[in-house]
Write a protein that binds this ligand. Sequence first.
Ligand code: GUN
Length: 281
Amino acid sequence: MILDGKKLSLKIRDQIKIETEILVKENNKQPHLVVILIGENPASQSYVRSKERACVKAGIKSTIIRKEKDIEEKELISVIEELNADDTVHGILLQLPIPKHINEDKVLNLIDPLKDVDGFHNINIAKLNKGQISLVPCTPLGITKIFDEYNIDATGKHCVIIGRSQIVGKPMAALMLKRNATITICHSKTKNIKEIAKQADILIVAIGRANMVDDSYVKPGVVVIDVGINRVDGKLTGDVAFDKVKEIASYITPVPGGVGPMTIACLLENTLTCFKKIEGN
Ligand code: GUN
């Protein structure tokens, strides 16, 4: 069965639109997300445009601050400090990747943890790892919403995550642990990934290599979540060879139309979460 992230994301975005209208009336203030985009990475530009469109449709104010790729770290820091101090701003997102001359960890940790819509601040990561859910990175959060929508219970299941990034792999592991799964994280140095993947009841693939996971990586009945967004001959392709794996899996997310749209829906949700905390709702 195909896990339709596109359809679920539209449902969530409709709910967010309704909630935003109510919050605007109650607070006489509009939720406001600011995205900082550095340089001209085409994928980042496209993601940021999609985020902006989704905000506007939901009634959330969106501002994009564009900076040249040679921006000095101290200028970026003052942009972040101004946004932290601005009480009309509820969410701050620094689009990654950023240029190498800027210390990513340092600047991400200067974002006010209350406005950290990505959940990348050390405080929010620590909370997540303690099992306290507050601001959770959007992609893993979106994946848990797919599980909830399709009543996929992770309790006691072996969840294999391929990829150990800060954005997906690590927070995903924390969320699945909270859902009482048994977790294995595989990465570029893991030996025999295939054999480990084959033991998965739930397989989450976030490795960034088009079509890497094929039918030889999966056991019958597995739930497959494909986080990959790769461009092959101008076409979006996941990390999973969808046509080969869909015959074996019980559930599988397509690319496009699976995890990607859920990430955006969860960004809107996190923006409202920040708004409610900051405005005391
Ligand atoms: N680049 C790719 N994915 C993400 C994300 O979830 N957040 C940010 N800030 N940058 C990204």
